[in-house]
Design a protein around this ligand. Structure first.
Ligand SMILES: Cc1cc2nc3c(=O)[nH]c(=O)nc-3n(C[C@H](O)[C@H](O)[C@H](O)COP(=O)(O)O)c2cc1C
Length: 171
């Protein structure tokens, strides 16, 4: 089956995972894809970083979902938080409807955070978030996790892709 890994990555973490996946599956890879780049494939794997609770570029898949009918799709999201965080359940509930969640394999990989590579509005948003969290006298566990996730660090690990690889090989 003709397979592609397509992705969007602002600071390089999703890119790293996409390259590992393409390497493992010996398939094509495309950064910043358009619909024309993916329509000729039988298996489409799409990944994007998480920004303020949404997945970068995911509209490519959800916005074209009916046109992609008949194709096999697997998705991955890359965020700064520990993958055990409950946040990801609501992320996928927000991203995919019930039918899509059943039909489409969806995975979370822990990326990293690189303050120096964040630009423009994203940088302003993070600075505001950090200062509002730091001012909290009794932060919740969730707020503490968020604050520590937004420290420069690389948590990527090639081993994390194993469930996605297994899923795609079984399609
Ligand atoms: C403005 C902004 C908002 C973010 N929001 C979230 C978020 O809601 N959840 C999360 O897990 N990570 C969040 N992150 C962290 C990114 O998802 C993380 O750095 C990811 O590894 C970026 O992947 P990329 O470099 O491939 O785009 C945010 C980062 C920025 C700069």
């Amino acid at each position: 089956m003709k397979t592609i890994v397509a992705y969007r990555s602002k600071t390089g973490y999703t890119k790293k995972y996409a390259q590992w996946i393409a390497d493992e599956l010996h398939c094509d890879i495309k950064e910043d894809p358009s619909y024309a780049d993916i329509e000729g494939y039988d298996v489409i794997i799409y990944g994007g970083g998480i920004y303020a609770g949404g997945i970068n570029g995911m509209k490519l898949i959800t916005g074209n979902y009916s046109r992609l009918r008949g194709k096999k799709i697997a998705l991955f999201a890359v965020g700064a938080l520990d993958g055990s965080n409950k946040v990801y359940e609501s992320l996928w509930n927000k991203t995919l409807n019930d039918e899509q969640q059943k039909a489409v394999g969806h995975f979370y990989f822990r990326g990293g955070f690189d303050y120096d590579r964040i630009k423009g509005a994203d940088k302003i948003m993070i600075s505001l978030l950090r200062s509002s969290m730091q001012k909290k006298k009794n932060p919740t566990e969730g707020q503490k996790a968020l604050l520590s996730a937004f420290e420069t660090a690389d948590h990527t690990d090639r081993k994390n892709i194993a469930p996605l690889i297994e899923h795609v090989k079984g399609l």
